[in-house]
Design a protein around this ligand. Structure first.
Ligand SMILES: NC(=O)c1ccc[n+]([C@@H]2O[C@H](COP(=O)([O-])OP(=O)(O)OC[C@H]3O[C@@H](n4cnc5c(N)ncnc54)[C@H](OP(=O)(O)O)[C@@H]3O)[C@@H](O)[C@H]2O)c1
Length: 230
């Protein structure tokens, strides 16, 4: 399957959230497709594990950068170190993110700030830092973000992918199993996605095979967006 997918040989890709879930699956797939990788996450052990998996597929060792992207200096160091180490940057994949449970009645502003700081502000910041380098290489950024569009799309609801996200956000095993059971009704394809399925869409968009696609939002959500809200 991967042999026919977009070739990323010679491309330098910076992947955030590479220590888990979708970011980790994207890192492994990108390494198979020939990309040179800078990987970031907070948990060094997990980052090392993903780095080792990528090394099995590639001659160039991934650059592993432990960083909390909410900290502005960490974000700066991630971009600077990548460009210093590899001399260029073609692709930025923004996968770092968190989920915390709650509705309007019981979600505190502290929780709101925590989620927006990593899920929105850090993406904006990192993209801003990476853009001058990506412009030079005529590369790619995911997602395509501008402050207005980001604020407007903040009420969009994405599909579900099976990762650590929801469990880390507070769902225990039983609740998570129920949540996944429910995805059979809320997703047109009748199931949640696997991180490798999201990684394949990211790899396609990052490759020259998507050379006439820009500024597009591609739902990779098992048809969740096409279902009635429920
Ligand atoms: N899974 C889904 O159903 C789903 C659906 C739609 C969108 N998404 C989005 O997809 C992205 C990846 O999520 P996932 O499902 O793969 O979740 P995950 O398995 O929990 O992975 C989240 C990743 O983000 C990193 N991260 C979180 N906060 C960070 C911070 N402050 N600084 C640096 N890195 C940070 C984590 O690093 P450490 O583990 O090292 O701390 C981890 O690598 C997220 O943006 C999520 O919102 C997921």
């Amino acid at each position: 399957m991967t042999a026919s997918l977009g070739n990323l040989a010679g491309k330098v890709a910076l992947i955030t959230g590479a220590s888990s879930g979708i970011g980790a699956a994207t890192a492994v797939l990108f390494s198979k497709l020939g990309a040179t990788l800078a990987l970031t996450g907070r948990k060094q052990d997990n980052l090392d594990r993903v780095g080792n998996l990528c090394s099995e597929n590639s001659k160039t060792k991934p650059l592993l950068l432990q960083a909390d992207l909410v900290i502005e200096d960490d974000a700066k160091k991630v971009v600077e170190s990548t460009v210093q180490h590899f001399g260029k940057l073609h692709i930025l994949v923004n996968c770092a993110g968190i989920l915390e449970l709650g509705n309007i009645e019981n979600t505190s502003l502290e929780q709101y700030d925590r989620m927006f700081n990593i899920n929105v502000r850090a993406i904006y910041h990192l993209t801003m830092l990476a853009v001058p380098h990506i412009v030079q290489t005529k590369g790619n950024i995911f997602p395509n973000v501008l402050a207005y569009n980001m604020s407007k799309s903040a009420v969009d609801h994405p599909g579900v992918t099976v990762t650590e996200l929801q469990k880390r956000g507070g769902l225990d095993e039983e609740a998570y199993a129920k949540f996944l059971e429910r995805t059979k009704e809320t997703h047109a394809l009748g199931r949640a996605g696997q991180p490798e399925e999201v990684a394949r869409a990211i790899a396609f968009l990052a490759s020259d095979d998507a050379s006439f696609i820009t500024g597009a939002s591609l739902p990779v959500d098992g048809g969740r967006h096409a279902m009635c809200p429920r």
